[in-house]
Design a protein around this ligand. Structure first.
Ligand code: ADP
Ligand code: MG
Length: 351
């Protein structure tokens, strides 16, 4: 079992409240991702679950038992840090077996457990090495191995891939998803990277300033965000937001708004459309726009577009056959009306 429930969880440092009431339930065997910008309280929440920070208010339940005041070792949670935190004077095998040794597990059983874990992580050939003789990716595997041998009910990961280069991060992302399937354990994974969140999570909790803005399956959050914060945080390039025009606004701004807005929704002050849903047409069709910058990525291009009178540049994601667009090209824009999102003055999604 490995069910984690947070009820009205709070944390203050002196007079400053950094976690302001979090309610969520992580199911047994679930891969839950906490995502949000730096400083929003992801690590603090994870550390409260691990027992590395005291809890100021609310309840932490692990498998139905209130765990607020349990010692870290009694919570059944194992944490993996961004910094790896390996013991430099111990071999890989010794690092991985250390916690078992501390809790009195016999040599033979320890070796067996370490060997099995090394097999799962594909690091068997590294067992005799010291941390200084390992690459970053290998060190991270050892750190994960050290958590696995403890057979925790719940794994807690705090940005474990942030120190790795881009290619290795993609690799480890896939490895961790495989590991989750293989072990079937509950995992709570903290990241500021929306791609990791989208690709790894069974569900995602989007954090902002010490609260959870929205909790749900990745594609639900992407397609049906509860508010502008979630809509903007998930997706790169980020969603285009267009303010309601006034009578003084340009014709182009008013035309764009009219193309976006389908029904009468009185409380709406801003509309959003993702770059992949903003179609680029020949000039003369749709809303007139000028390419300010074209980024050709090979498989696709990102066009940064200026619409006369609209403050922010708009972003459109177009296909591989778009290398003829350059700065200064005139185009027409047509949003896919099926995917337009509407927001009220408080930033809440209006449906
Ligand atoms: P995240 O992991 O999402 O980047 P953290 O959980 O580390 O964010 O931090 C959340 C907030 O709590 C931040 O504003 C941070 O400055 C504050 N904070 C974290 N640790 C302490 C501490 N020991 N004392 C005071 N404030 C802290
Ligand atoms: Mg953090």
């Amino acid at each position: 079992m490995g069910q984690v429930t947070l009820r009205g969880l709070r944390k203050s440092y002196d007079a400053v409240e950094v976690i302001r009431g979090i309610d969520l339930e992580v199911q047994d065997g679930e891969f839950m991702v906490f995502v949000g910008p730096s400083g929003c309280g992801k690590s603090t929440t994870l550390r409260m679950i691990a027992g590395l920070e005291s809890i100021t208010g609310g309840d932490l339940m692990i498998d139905g038992v209130r765990a607020n005041d349990l010692r870290p070792a009694d919570r059944g949670a194992a944490m993996v840090f961004q910094s790896y935190a390996l013991y430099p004077h111990m071999t890989v095998a010794e690092n991985m077996g250390f916690s078992l040794k501390m809790s009195g597990v016999k040599r033979a059983e320890r070796d067996d457990q370490v060997a099995r874990t090394a097999g799962i992580l594909r690091i068997t050939e590294l067992l005799g090495r010291f941390p200084k003789d390992l690459s970053g990716g290998q060190r991270q595997r050892v750190a994960i191995g050290r958590a696995i041998v403890r057979k925790p009910k719940v794994f807690l990961f705090d940005e474990p891939l942030s120190n790795l280069d881009a290619a290795l991060r993609v690799n480890m992302r896939i490895e961790l998803s495989r590991l989750h399937k293989e072990l079937g354990s509950t995992m709570i994974y903290v990241t500021h990277d929306q791609v990791e969140a989208m690709t790894m999570g069974d569900r995602i909790a989007v954090f902002n300033k010490g609260i959870v803005e929205q909790l749900g399956a990745p594609m639900d959050l992407y397609n049906r965000p509860a508010n502008e914060f979630v809509a903007t945080f998930l997706g790169a390039p980020r969603i285009n937001l267009v303010d309601m025009p006034t009578s003084a606004s340009t014709q182009a701004h008013q035309a764009l708004w009219a193309a976006l807005k389908q029904d009468a929704m009185p409380s709406v002050v801003r509309l959003g459309v993702r770059p992949e849903h903003l179609h680029v047409l020949a000039p003369g069709q749709g809303t007139p726009a000028t390419v300010a910058l074209a980024e050709h990525l090979g498989d696709s291009s990102i066009l940064h577009l200026r619409v006369d009178g609209v403050a922010d540049l708009l972003h459109a994601k177009v296909g591989a056959d778009s290398s003829h667009y350059t700065a200064g090209t005139t185009v027409g824009l047509s949003p896919d009306a099926n995917w337009v999102m509407a927001f009220d003055a408080a930033g809440r999604a209006v449906r």
